[in-house]
Design a binder for this molecule. Sequence first.
Ligand code: F6P
Length: 422
Amino acid sequence: MTKRNAFYAQSGGVTAVINATACGLIETARRHRDRIGKVYAGRNGILGALREELIDTGKESPAAIRALRHTPGGAFGSARYKLKGLEESRPEYQRLIEVFRAHDIGYFFYNGGNDSQDTAYKLSQLGEKMGYPLTCIGIPKTVDNDLPITDTCPGFGSAAKYVAVSIREAGYDVASMAETSTRVFILEVMGRHAGWIAAATGLASAAAGDAPHIILFPEIVFDEAAFLARVNKTVMQYGHCVIAVSEGIKHPDGRFLSESAARDAFGHAQLGGVAPHLAQLIKDRLDLKHHWAVADYLQRAARHIASKTDVEQAYAVGKAAVELALQGHNAVMPTIVRKSDRPYRWTIGVAPLAKVANVEKKMPRHFISRDGFHITAACRRYLQPLIAGEDYPPFTNGLPHYVRLKNLAVAKKLKTTFDVKK
Ligand code: F6P
């Protein structure tokens, strides 16, 4: 069996545990030095391949690689960059092959969400089309939890735990202040088209009256009158009202409540700002004092309160990616397969990239209560194990101690450069 090098890239929005996946992948590859030579990482994701900016992970000590397991963010830099269709953008694909050929890269590992799995799939087709043997494995990652087939997506469980913890704590605060001050608290969470993170806040309400009292999902069209009536009723009943809202909630005509003019490389509108919008509505129509917060990057970076389950699954998919490649799989993604809810048991499965690419898994209707404002028992059963357990990073001087890699560059072999159009 010939020994070839591997290329690993992080893609899209990073998470608290994407580096745990990198850790699983690199540690596993190091155990198979007879089959995998160097593990290169892309500096800023796929851009690193296009620009021939490769990082030699072999220059990092075992301790530094081990510390990736508890370090948030993307250790090599990530990118939102969509490769165009094979026919539209031949130069990009030719460049990738040129770079891979120059560095004898035979394994391509791409760690991302929906759009990234599409890119990984196209790259697998590219290898075949251009007669360059390339084993191509997508690795799941997204706080949005919207990849199909896999039971959950690494990154989600930790974001879910952070928002559930935060809304419970904020609920205690508002309840204390409600008599003379704040009556309403709104927490805005991520989730462009799927309400999984918003749903996770619902885990915090264990008994009637517990926060959150209202959850707004992108799967349910926003009904202003029904929402205001529910806020009013909750304040009458409990003296205060805590609301979790997904950034992706929409008006009946399909527009996002929080849409701004900014667009990313995929043409997605930048979202954010639905919480102040709702707060103003509540002020104007119900005249209630409020506070609001946008969890934003805090929720996907919160490694200090990561879910142990999530960390273990993130590591496992990185490890499985290497094992699948060595077993001869191509154009596939390792998945999490749930074997039972209670006790929670899971294993690793495998899905073809063709079935994963560009498919978005939304919340099923039976996970949302009939009135559209909360989660059901079935949803709790699904979510509960995903936030289970703690995996604290080491702390120094009161702060989490995270690693910064050396990220040493691999010498370029090509004379040509490539101008990336962002
Ligand atoms: O990765 C998914 C996500 O976290 C979305 O929930 C959010 O809308 C988006 O990323 C934000 O992306 P960016 O960091 O590129 O602004």
